[in-house]
Design a protein around this ligand. Structure first.
Ligand code: FAD
Length: 494
């Protein structure tokens, strides 16, 4: 005991050494803030791509809620579970598809009755367009109605429909470059480099409206069908960027899928397969960079030391204090109010005589008097008992809901800080926030916000971390062979 004071400086030295070893060694602790698909994907790709030269020993994930998954969440309505956030995936979302194989999850394609469900465009007074519907179990009758609907849609929008499809296909093809092998695909230090290399950058510079006019789509198609889609998928108008718009339109094509039992299982499975120390119910309040180490302080009054920190959540509405401060462009999140109702829609609200006349998907055009973006039937339990999902830009009060629905047995309301409020030209936050080892996956959300874009950005962040640990800085952007070199931008190629 007498000699303890002699040992104290030594103990202090050992503690300081332990604190700094993280960032100086080749196997630092990685701390990830957020357990959504972005955070879980970073952990997964770090484990997958680690080599003996750049091994990550410890990965910690912090999640403020008591459940993994973030915006891939489920909602329970009268004992039935539905997707509350991200609900559908594109057939070419290859990371997500690989996750389902790796995690042995089953894929759910919408049953044909769901994909052939009736659809109408509501302008606040009447339906400007409505498909036919039939209540029959005979598949040949359903097929005839479906063909008749294709003719109806073609009759209204004409060749513009093909031009729209070609705009979407072309954008998807550029996006597919992100699945190329490492020999041809560099590690990107910024969102701009990543988008320029694939040929998608110019689509973030102009609005969807401008892109579609240049691609010779009719105004009617843009103001009706395209607007319906951007309102459903991003709660916004056709003045979102061309890239967010193309992603949004891709989300209404054929072959869409989801994970049986809930999309949330992808994030949960990736975390459980990646040897992660998971801290649920623990919100990170501050990140301080002291002596080459990040100190994360949490709401549990604890402090964690990490050589590398990854922010895997949008920073726009969370209150994490950074010391020293960081600088990112101001970005507003679009709030989407999702209201789930178990009950029956009121046909009178739409000037119709019976429930069966109300389309199963009611889309809307831009009109400030229309209080919702869309109403869709999630499940028909009985003829007079259905589950509905309503998207709106503002909260829907009970008086309004009682006008839209004649019966409401249960109502669940969710306010999502859903995705960025898109505008063109987009400005991007950096992937590396401080020039050291503080990374930001959700900088990519200004390009588009989906499960797959989060996974693609997360994969790049994992590669960026590992290559920088190996002492390799990403290639200078001017030396990147851009896909747009020969085709100066996407719309010129259409
Ligand atoms: C209503 C809605 C519908 C959508 N539809 C689709 C769709 O059909 N298809 C599709 O692909 N995408 C869709 N999206 C978008 C998709 O959900 C997101 O792009 C994606 O899930 C984002 O994942 P993420 O991991 O980047 O962020 P998030 O899922 O938001 O994860 C961030 C996590 O970080 C946690 N966190 C935040 N701050 C802290 C802190 N300080 N400390 C600890 N933890 C913290 C949060 O609680 C959250 O769990 C939709 C989104 C919404 C809201």
């Amino acid at each position: 005991m007498k000699n303890l004071h002699l040992l104290l400086p030594l103990i202090t030295l050992i503690i300081i050494a332990a604190a700094t070893v993280d960032s100086s060694s080749s196997s630092p602790t990685v701390c990830i803030i957020g357990s959504g698909i972005a955070g879980s994907s970073v952990a997964h790709f770090l484990r997958t791509y680690s080599t003996s030269a750049s091994t990550i020993t410890t990965i910690k994930i912090f999640e403020r809620h008591n459940i993994i998954g973030g915006r891939t969440a489920a909602v329970t309505l009268s004992n039935e579970t539905f997707e509350a956030g991200a609900s559908i995936l594109h057939p070419k979302n290859y990371h997500a598809l690989n996750y389902t194989k790796y995690l042995n999850l089953s894929i759910r394609n919408p049953p044909s009755s769901e994909s052939d469900s009736s659809f109408g465009i509501w302008n606040g007074r009447d339906f400007t367009f409505k498909t036919l519907s039939i209540n029959s179990n005979f598949s040949f009758l359903q097929r005839i109605v479906s063909l008749a609907n294709e003719v109806l849609i073609f009759f209204r929008y004409g060749l513009s429909l093909f031009r729209m499809n070609s705009f979407v296909d072309s954008t998807v093809n550029y996006f597919l470059r992100y699945y190329e092998g490492f020999e041809s695909r560099p590690v990107f230090a910024s969102v701009e480099d990543m988008l320029r290399w694939s040929g998608l950058y110019n689509l973030t510079r102009r609005t969807l409206y401008e892109e579609l006019i240049d691609a010779h789509l009719s105004r009617r198609l843009i103001e009706e069908l395209v607007t319906v889609v951007t309102r459903i998928n991003y709660g916004q108008s056709v003045s979102i960027s061309g890239l967010a718009g193309a992603v949004s339109l891709a989300g209404c094509g054929s072959g869409l899928w989801s994970v049986e039992g809930g999309n949330r299982q992808m994030a949960a499975g990736l975390i459980s397969h990646s040897d992660v120390e998971l801290h649920l119910n623990e919100e990170v309040e501050s990140v301080s960079f002291i002596k080459q180490t990040y100190h994360l302080n949490t709401t549990k009054g604890k402090s964690y030391q990490c050589g590398i920190t990854v922010v895997a959540t949008p920073l726009d509405e969370v209150k994490i204090q950074f010391h020293p401060g960081i600088s990112i462009p101001e970005r507003k999140l679009q709030h989407t109010y999702t209201t789930f109702v178990r009950g029956v829609i009121n046909p009178g609200y739409f000037g119709l005589g019976s429930v069966s006349e109300v389309p199963q998907l009611v889309g809307t055009v831009e009109n400030p008097d229309v209080p919702f973006s869309s109403i869709s039937v999630l499940k028909q339990h009985k003829e007079d008992d259905m589950s509905y999902k309503v998207f709106s830009r503002k909260p829907l009060d009970d008086a309004l809901l009682d006008r839209i629905f004649s019966v409401r047995n249960e109502t669940v309301k969710i306010d999502w800080g859903a995705y960025p409020h898109y505008h063109a030209p987009e400005v991007f936050a950096p992937f590396i926030l401080d020039g050291h080892h503080l990374y930001y996956v959700n900088a990519f959300e200004n390009a588009a916000s989906t499960i797959e874009t989060s996974a693609v950005a997360a994969e790049n962040i994992a590669r960026l971390i590992l290559s920088r640990l190996n002492g390799q800085e990403p290639v200078d952007p001017v030396n990147l062979k851009s896909f747009g070199d020969n085709a100066s931008d996407v719309h010129a190629d259409l």
